[in-house]
Design a protein around this ligand. Structure first.
Ligand code: FAD
Length: 446
């Protein structure tokens, strides 16, 4: 029996104005099927969200994936970046993906997928020396840079905040979306009919809609129970000011991403060099009232973001700053002198899933609720296209190659069994409060 396509909702409430939420708002405005649908987009912060995952100096734009469906979608998205989607914010300076351990498997699968796409400006790098040469690195050996890898000169990076601002302006100009600044405290759930009819804000006002689309990034776990499905992990980013001539030189080089340590350096922009870690991250276990329970005494413990907005003095814990520093020292020792410290660091939150796949799905229990999250540290590049894909899923047409990846998992899996997508390196099992406490202990001993 053919399954019936869902009805077009007369009103949609989008919670979260990041990549998933804003891109969906844009796709809704452009899709004639939704021409009569009223669209409201609520975010807890005025745009641009200072601690949102989608707002930063730079994000890598690559089709370099071990999983072929993402290679396919990323290459479509990248074509948009090159042509009609914020092209002034896109820079095609290449990406060098390396490893020196088990993560080499991800590198070779990704290389095969990129080659299958027909990308011809890919250089295989068989030694650390080859990597150093391709990326214009200083230093010696495979310390920092990895021992094997490849460079895809067709990959690049985008100014994330610039591109999000570009899209936001486009959406605003269409005058279709009602933008609201407010914090969603709880979804409006009818526990008798298992229906969601909107959201209640922290000022007790309500936003109602036929369909609520939850795209609150790493905060989504505060609004529905995602235990065993998604968790927030904090990632380290460190910034160092550089001179115009240093920027001119480094900005022509490829991004270097060492999957075995997770450490990477994107070409600098706005006179800032960014060193970051694509790793397992810090978790921040937090006990909150169960978001789906009418009983306020019912609680759950989940990892949630804790950011520089919550604590303006927040910095990356000492171990993260040390790793970023050692990486810089190994690839550009001349920049890593004691007189040039990182002047800023921040923790940015991934919404990790068990296998690195996004979660783009109706909620299996609640009518009127759709979830678009689980960016797993790699969703930014899809900004031009993910909203269209989300609409396809809303209409019951999940792309064939993402079936079984984006849908709500049949079972919740204990976090210790999560395999990830094979792209993560570096330390595992770190808890943010413990790492911060180590730093405070070290300072008190000085
Ligand atoms: C350090 C770092 C590096 C990354 N590097 C790359 C990269 O190189 N390439 C790449 O493709 N991807 C990268 N990513 C991943 C990508 O940036 C994210 O997957 C993507 O931005 C996630 O978008 P989002 O919409 O899920 O979340 P967000 O951008 O965080 O948006 C969620 C929004 O929801 C709002 N919100 C939360 N709770 C509430 C509430 N209760 N009420 C109202 N609003 C609420 C927040 O304020 C926020 O604006 C990186 C991510 C990080 C953190």
């Amino acid at each position: 029996m053919a399954s019936m396509a869902p009805e077009i909702p007369s009103s949609i409430l989008i919670v979260g104005s990041g990549v998933f939420g804003l891109s969906t708002a844009w796709a809704l405005c452009n899709n004639p099927q939704f021409k009569d649908t009223s669209i409201t987009l609520v975010d807890r912060q005025p745009f641009p969200t200072p601690d949102g995952s989608s707002i930063d100096t730079s994000r890598i734009i690559r089709p370099d994936y071990a999983a072929a469906p993402y290679t396919r979608l990323a290459s479509i998205s990248q074509q948009r970046w090159r042509t009609d989607f914020a092209p002034e914010h896109y820079h095609q300076t290449g990406l060098c993906v390396t490893a020196s351990g088990p993560e080499q498997r991800y590198v070779s699968e990704s290389l095969a997928n990129v080659q299958a796409l027909g990308v011809d400006n890919v250089e295989v790098l068989g030694t650390a020396e080859d990597i150093r040469k391709a990326c214009g690195l200083e230093g010696k050996g495979d310390e920092g840079c990895g021992s094997t890898g490849y460079v895809n000169w067709s990959s690049g990076w985008a100014n994330a905040e610039g591109a999000m601002g570009w899209l936001r302006e486009k959406v605003e100009r269409l005058n279709r979306v009602n933008f609201v600044v407010g914090t969603v405290k709880k979804l409006i759930i009818d526990n008798n009919t298992n229906t969601v009819s909107g959201a209640r804000l922290s000022d007790s006002s309500e936003l109602t809609a036929d369909l609520t689309l939850l795209a609150a990034g790493a905060w989504t776990s505060a609004l529905i129970d995602l235990r065993g499905i998604c968790k927030a992990t904090g990632q380290a980013l460190c910034y160092m000011p550089i001179s115009p001539s240093e920027e001119a030189t480094l900005s022509q080089r490829p991004t270097i991403l060492n999957l075995s340590t997770g450490l990477f350096m994107i070409p600098p922009s706005q006179r800032l060099l960014k060193i970051a870690r694509h790793g397992y991250g810090y978790v921040n276990p937090t006990t909150i009232p169960h978001p789906e329970s009418p009983d306020p005494n019912d609680t759950i413990t989940v990892s949630l973001p804790f950011t520089h907005v919550d604590d303006p003095s927040q910095a990356v814990p000492r171990e993260g700053q040390r790793e970023c520093r050692e990486f810089l020292a190994s690839i550009h020792p001349s920049l890593s002198t004691p007189s040039r410290p990182f002047t800023k660091s921040k923790i940015c939150w991934y919404t990790d899933t068990r296998d690195g796949d996004f979660l783009i799905s109706y909620h299996p229990k609640y009518k009127g609720l759709f979830v678009a999250t689980g960016g797993s540290g790699h969703a930014f590049k899809f900004l031009p296209v993910i909203g269209e894909s989300i609409l396809e899923c809303i209409m019951g047409r999940t792309p064939e190659d993402f079936k079984g990846r984006w849908e709500w998992p049949a079972e919740r899996a204990p976090e210790e069994l999560w395999k990830g997508d094979g792209s993560r390196g570096g330390p595992v099992g770190m808890v943010l409060s413990e790492e911060t406490a180590k730093e405070q202990m070290a300072t008190s001993k000085l």
